[in-house]
Design a protein. Sequence first.
Length: 98
Amino acid sequence: MPDNPSIRFRNFEGTQLVLQGTSIGHTAPLISDQANTTQYVAAQFLVLPGQIDFFRSGIQSIQITTAPKVHEVSFRKDRIGLKLYKELLRQNQNPEMK
């Protein structure tokens, strides 16, 4: 597992935000044979207060890079950006939730 997982967001304005993360968990293969291996990886990403407004215009695509591969998904309309924006604002206003 890489020591530097990353997540790349592109909002509907065409702006990108790249966050470097920290690996927080990794499980050995649950199913393993020559044809099939299932592996789970967890990482944590810090969003700074100045980056919160990025999410206001919605998220068009997300790319998460962890071991063993890159995961990418795109959206035609915002599915998570506004929800992330509201949650990040709420956490930023209430320091006990961090």
